[in-house]
Design a protein around this ligand. Structure first.
Ligand code: ATP
Length: 250
């Protein structure tokens, strides 16, 4: 995936006193099946970069290419055949009052989810159970339970599963653990890591959690004031010590 940008790829309030070049002269190529972690202080442009990739906002200048397709002018719903996105709050991804099974039914209708034919029959139910069992969280025995009775972490893990079962190639994770307690956060990060590998996805994670940046992913970029100030590739990341990461922010 290419995210070729020049000059000011995203300027808010152009020409006004409060103009912000939120993302600035970024030229980023992300390889197939790479797991990229984006770190950076508040306001450094991380979410704006994800928004540009997903199509939630359009760039002021520059182009965005997925494989050989120029998607710069496509809206987010038009990019959703390539891209799945999971947000901070697990409540956003699923319907609380519906059972796990019904949430999967909805997802299957919405996205023609991979490996699931829609239905109310036992075949659908056992296909869902089988998929959920791969998470290793024991949730396959709770599929009749309302989603709202699960913990934030369990719910976020299921949201992740539902998002990637669609035919997408790119998974965008925008601080997916920020609203969770440490144990739930760990469940979600492990799930994201596993699904990313199982479904051979290109994954981009925005996080403030330096431990996660250290433990997960194949590459780290650090943003500051709309530009990339560090790019740690796989070989460098393997040699990286956790303290190095903390020092960048020291
Ligand atoms: N819609 C908008 N209108 C005006 N300015 C904006 C808008 N969205 C973002 N910005 C500004 O762009 C800059 C980058 O914001 P962005 O949300 O991308 O940062 P971030 O790195 O994701 O921060 P955080 O870690 O706090 O979520 C900030 O200065 C922000 O105030």
């Amino acid at each position: 995936m290419n995210d070729h940008h020049n000059q000011h790829p995203k300027t808010f309030n152009k020409g006004k006193a409060n103009q912000v070049n939120a993302v600035n002269g970024i030229d980023l190529t992300i390889a197939d099946e790479e797991f990229l972690v984006i770190v950076g202080s508040n306001g450094s442009g991380k979410t704006t970069l994800l928004n540009l990739i997903s199509g939630s906002i359009l760039p002021t200048s520059g182009t965005i290419t997925i494989d050989n397709d120029d998607v710069t002018k496509l809206a987010d719903y038009q990019r959703s055949k390539w891209i799945a996105r999971v947000f901070q709050n697990p409540i956003n991804g699923t319907a609380s009052e519906l059972s796990i099974l019904d949430n999967f039914r909805l997802a299957a209708i919405r996205t023609k989810a991979k490996g699931l034919s829609i239905g109310i029959n036992d075949a659908f139910k056992s296909a869902v159970k089988e998929k959920i069992a791969t998470l290793g969280l024991g949730l396959e025995n709770k599929i009749e339970q309302p989603m709202g009775t699960l913990s934030g972490g369990q719910r976020q893990a299921l949201t992740l599963l539902m998002s990637v079962m669609d035919d997408c190639k790119i998974l965008l994770l925008d601080e997916p653990t920020a609203a969770l307690d440490p144990r739930s956060a760990e469940i979600v990060m492990r799930t994201a890591d596993k699904l990313s590998a199982d479904f051979k996805l290109t994954t981009i994670l925005v996080t403030h959690n330096l431990k996660d940046a250290y433990n997960f992913g194949t590459r780290i970029i650090q943003m500051s004031e709309g530009v990339i100030i560090k790019d740690i590739d796989t070989a460098q990341k393997q040699k990286l010590k956790q303290n190095d990461l903390f020092e960048w922010f020291g």
